[in-house]
Design a protein around this ligand. Structure first.
Ligand code: 5RP
Length: 290
């Protein structure tokens, strides 16, 4: 870390994100740990077990993420996995998942509640929290109220809330029209960052209609690594600030190569062609999963 006063004044406008000028110091400090000086971010989510149980390749989360952490900017995780699998000396910011209470075997994934208190968020030293909203579901009002409630609890402590625009099992809902609606509502209710899906058509309508930064999730595993690099690159061109990608990273045959290639697209401006070459090169030296 530099002690040069010039470098301090250069960082005075951090974080370089939409709508951050009026924020208090604590909120700005947390956001600046979550969003880089280039305005971009790369989050690694390992929260899937909260409704999917021991998800493929995430059976032992600590082992899965150890080779991936050098390439991530933050970890999205539940308190249970945080305590059991993440070393407390980690310097990486933690985004704590605080909604849940459902499972893939239950009646409706949307029927979520808040599952951690503000005391717990602070005890875990979370840099942010994540909560799902299910717009258009039978539990729309309940999950939007969860969001508003956690915003009220976190804002006095300068802790940003990331809204997750979830679709449950209804993957066909991932259209720009629906996602724009869900993202805008989440921002209106106080989310500082909104996580949503990429939509191949009109994705810019999602980012342009949302007054806070938009981060892309991956969804179920794509067929090829190239598809992932392509959609991430396109989404960034259309206004997303980064990704929160899980299965398309740690279920890939070469997860560390995938992380490195994605990082090159997100933070280093590589085109998908170049990033794909980097992936192939690194995959040769990575002991792949069979
Ligand atoms: C699970 C989540 C995940 O964090 C999110 O879906 C990103 O993971 P993936 O890229 O695997 O979809 O919120 O509910």
């Amino acid at each position: 870390m530099s002690c040069d006063p010039c470098s301090i004044s250069e960082t005075a406008s951090y974080p370089p994100i939409k709508g951050a000028d009026h924020l208090g110091w604590g909120m700005k400090n947390r956001l600046s740990r979550l969003i880089g000086p280039d305005g971009r971010c790369f989050y690694l989510p390992i929260d899937h077990g909260y409704f999917l149980g021991p998800t493929r390749c995430l059976e032992r989360p600590g082992e899965t993420i150890a080779p991936l952490l050098p390439y991530a900017d933050a970890l999205f995780v539940t308190r249970g996995v945080l305590r059991s699998a993440i070393p407390p000396a980690i310097s990486m910011p933690i985004i704590l998942r605080v909604s849940g209470g459902t499972s893939v075997t239950g009646h409706d994934l949307a029927d979520e509640a808040l599952v951690a208190s503000i005391d717990e968020v602070i005890r875990c030293n979370a840099s942010a929290v994540g909560v799902s909203v299910f717009v258009g579901s039978d539990y729309e009002k309940q999950t939007l109220k969860n969001l508003a409630d956690i915003v009220d609890l976190c804002e006095p402590f300068g802790i940003p809330v990331m809204a997750v625009t979830a679709v449950g099992k209804e993957l066909e809902r991932r259209t720009a029209k629906y996602l724009a609606l869900a993202c805008r509502i989440a921002a209106e209710l106080g989310a500082r960052v909104v996580k949503t899906y990429y939509a191949a058509d009109d994705f810019e309508k999602v980012t342009e209609g949302c007054p806070v930064p938009v981060v892309m999730a991956g969804g179920p595993k794509c067929e090829t690594h190239r598809e992932v690099l392509d959609f991430v690159h396109d989404g960034l061109q259309k206004g997303a600030i980064g990704v929160n990608l899980g299965r398309n990273v740690w279920q890939d045959a070469y997860p560390a190569a995938m992380m490195r290639a994605l990082r090159s697209v997100i933070h280093e401006g590589l085109a998908p062609d170049q990033a794909s070459e980097l992936y192939t090169e690194l995959a040769h030296s990575e002991k792949g999963r069979v």
